[in-house]
Unconditional design. Structure first.
Ligand SMILES: Nc1ncnc2c1ncn2[C@@H]1O[C@H](COP(=O)(O)OP(=O)(O)O)[C@@H](O)[C@H]1O
Ligand SMILES: [Mg+2]
Length: 345
């Protein structure tokens, strides 16, 4: 990856919270990352950790009642503060979203051709049917959908084909930035592999930057340049996907990898404990109650983002900074070890 390349998307200290009766749900809690042109960043983490909220928040597609803070720079403009109409104009041509359930997004009464016409006309009112058809058939061709299906209705397609249609509808504009939220979750394994291959090829073709949300680490390994690991509203580790998988630096990443590997081999091995309630996450590192390596400092202070070699970043006290952990090293005592000593006494 070229270091001098300007990022397309640059997120700084993004926060998103939902007002509820129980208090504010801090679904995204200070997230920062960059995305380079043509790069695919995978976003993983257990259910409820804030992945969809982050993805929607980036595109200004949050539900009523959600509040945000921080900065989302897209080609220099702060998407968090641009006007609604500006955002509407950018959605489609510049910013795309691929959802999990294509059926709820496609109109059963409209032919595929009409979906493309509607989408393209919203941004180019006078565009002719011929021009729409040319653009649509090109993108559908890349998606492996034959031109003979252009005038079919959504129900005439299989689930996998519908998902490819959705991707086609998002990509017909050749947007610079696309968020795909679990685009293959409802699909069988073969179709999933096909979709992943398409996403992989297309970003080369279109130079699209992709945020690919999934709970499937296999997909990340196959389709992503970098991976960001999310826990309780925070990105706890981010880096080159190969590097992170080979040598995970955050205990949560390690546990996540281990649980996934054993799920496919020896059966259940989930991470003990449950993710925290995001209205009232634990102080310090949100993962400390479940962390096998927790130290005293982890219970008290938010970990500080540390940059490791190869651009890998981790928010974990095991990586310092040492001067805050304590010069005498006492805080390096593992909490669990202390507890077991206390039990024996
Ligand atoms: N509209 C909403 N109102 C209140 N809380 C919400 C809303 N949407 C999501 N949440 C909460 O925000 C947290 C993050 O949810 P979500 O972004 O969907 O996570 P993920 O996609 O990782 O499963 C969860 O605790 C969820 O219950
Ligand atoms: Mg989700």
């Amino acid at each position: 990856m070229n270091d001098r390349m300007e990022p397309v998307v640059s997120v700084r200290d993004l926060r998103v919270w939902y007002g509820t009766e129980r208090g504010a749900v801090r679904a995204v809690d200070g997230v920062s990352f960059d995305l380079l042109p043509g790069e695919t960043l995978g976003l993983v983490g257990e259910s409820g950790c804030g992945k969809s909220t982050l993805g929607r928040g980036l595109l200004g597609m949050l539900p009523e009642g959600a509040q945000t803070d921080g900065e989302i720079r897209f080609k220099g403009e702060n998407l968090r503060t641009v006007s609604r109409s500006r955002l509407r104009d950018m959605r489609g041509p510049e910013l795309g979203m691929i959802f999990q359930e294509p059926l709820t997004r496609l109109n059963p009464l409209m032919r595929i051709s009409e979906h493309f016409e509607e989408a393209l006309r919203a941004h180019t009112p006078g565009i002719s049917k011929d021009t729409v058809e040319r653009a649509a058939l090109e993108v559908l061709g890349l998606m492996g959908i034959p031109p003979t299906r252009y005038r079919s209705y959504p129900h005439e397609f299989s689930g996998g084909m519908r998902q490819r249609l959705m991707i086609g509808l998002a990509l017909v504009f050749r947007p610079a930035f696309v968020v795909a939220d679990e685009p293959t979750t409802a699909l069988d394994v073969l179709v999933e592999a096909q979709i992943i291959r398409i996403l992989h090829d297309l970003r080369r073709e279109f130079d699209t930057s992709l945020l690919l949300i999934t709970h499937n680490l296999g997909i990340i390994a196959e389709a992503c340049d970098r991976v960001a690991v999310m826990y309780a509203g925070k990105i706890v580790e981010v880096g080159e996907a190969r590097q992170v998988f080979r040598d995970p630096q955050h205990p949560y990443t390690r546990e996540l990898l281990r649980s996934t590997i054993s799920l496919s081999t020896t059966g259940l091995n989930y991470i003990p404990g449950a993710p925290p309630d995001l209205t009232d996450p634990p102080p310090g590192c949100h993962f400390h109650p479940r962390c096998p390596d927790a130290m005293r400092v982890c219970e008290e202070l938010d970990p500080i983002d540390q940059e490791l070699s190869g651009g890998q970043r981790v928010e974990c006290w095991l990586h310092g900074p040492d001067h805050l952990i304590g010069v005498d090293g006492r805080d390096r005592l593992r909490v669990r070890e202390e507890l077991s000593v206390a039990d024996e006494a």
